[in-house]
Design a protein around this ligand. Structure first.
Ligand code: SAM
Length: 298
């Protein structure tokens, strides 16, 4: 069975899904946006979606076409702000996350990631001393905040300055401080850290299918993942450490993720590796799987 965000998260719910769309409530506002994995029919009628929705993402001309940018616009159906906050009640920690309507249908949080935040918090707490945690491809930082809330010395890296600024705002609204911010290409930073002999007790990576560093460095998941994980294996404390790899694109399965990790880390078997799917359950019980995770505990 996949892992789901817990039901006690009052500020988020997937109300319905279907016909390539999802209807979600973030705090007081209901958003309708594309979800290619929702292959079925919605349970509620179009009229019911219209009655609930505040804003609908309207894809632009190139949306979903290879080589085109997945941008579009948000059409308002009811009054709502461009930016607002939601909170996440973790086991032993809490997050305050700023949301915003971006041109790429994202809002600044991936709710299905909540079980990873819980894993990061509890596994960081369980480590002795002040563990060092590195978050690569870190976006707006919910995972970084979970590690910081557990007392880690956190380095948050993303290639896009604006999302790092967004993450800093989330740290401040959550009431935390002292995260190290890095705007750089993930591969470049990781290889420099290996050369410097630096070691981390926790490493998080949630790489996209395609991306680029601030100087145009190309990231292609199929070609770069194994080399990246080899570097992560050199950076992870051989005695006490954990790693979370999240993959949401290219249709990679959890079993594939386990083998990539096993081989990159040079392990003789799968001991210490766990994996599974992260999913959302809509208001009618339909399960929408959105990513896979592979976790390694040393
Ligand atoms: C989908 S997001 C990760 C989501 C995040 N882990 C979360 O749950 O909130 C992928 C991130 O990778 C970043 N990225 C893409 N290419 C990169 C590169 N070469 N180096 C560093 N970051 C990169 C993007 O800017 C984006 O923020």
């Amino acid at each position: 069975m996949p892992q789901f965000p817990k039901d006690s998260w009052k500020d988020y719910s997937l109300l319905d899904s279907g016909r390539g769309m999802k209807l979600e409530r973030f705090g007081s506002y209901v958003l309708e946006r594309p979800e290619p994995k929702a292959l079925w029919e919605p349970t509620m009628s179009r009229a019911e979606w219209d009655r609930l929705v505040h804003t609908v993402f309207a894809p632009g001309a190139g949306f979903g076409r290879a080589g085109k940018e997945d941008s579009g616009t948000w059409e308002r159906r009811r009054t709502m702000p461009d930016q607002w906050h939601i909170s996440y009640p973790g086991e032993g920690f809490g997050l305050d996350l700023r949301l915003g309507l971006t041109a790429f249908k994202h809002v600044g949080v991936f709710p299905e990631q909540a079980p990873n935040w819980e894993y990061i918090y509890s596994n960081t707490k369980a480590l002795p001393g002040t563990p060092k945690v590195l978050n690569l491809f870190a976006y707006t930082g919910a995972a970084s905040l979970a590690a910081k809330a557990a007392g880690a010395d956190v380095t948050h890296l993303d290639s896009v300055r604006q999302v790092v600024t967004w993450a800093r705002g989330n740290m401040e609204s959550t009431g935390l401080e002292g995260i190290h911010w890095v705007v750089e290409d993930a591969m470049k930073f990781a290889s420099r850290e290996v050369k410097r002999g630096h070691v981390y007790q926790g490493i998080i990576l949630d790489p996209p299918s395609y991306g680029h560093g601030p100087d145009g460095e190309k990231w292609k998941l199929d070609e770069c993942l194994f080399d990246m994980l080899r570097m992560v294996s050199a950076l992870l404390d051989p005695e006490h450490g954990w790693m979370v790899l999240n993959l949401y694109s290219n249709g990679y399965s959890a079993a594939l993720g386990e083998t990539v990790v096993r081989e990159a880390f040079g392990l003789k078997d799968y001991t210490g590796i766990t994996s599974g799917e992260l999913a959302l359950r809509d208001g009618f019980g339909k399960v929408l799987p959105l990513s896979i995770y592979v976790r390694l505990n040393r």
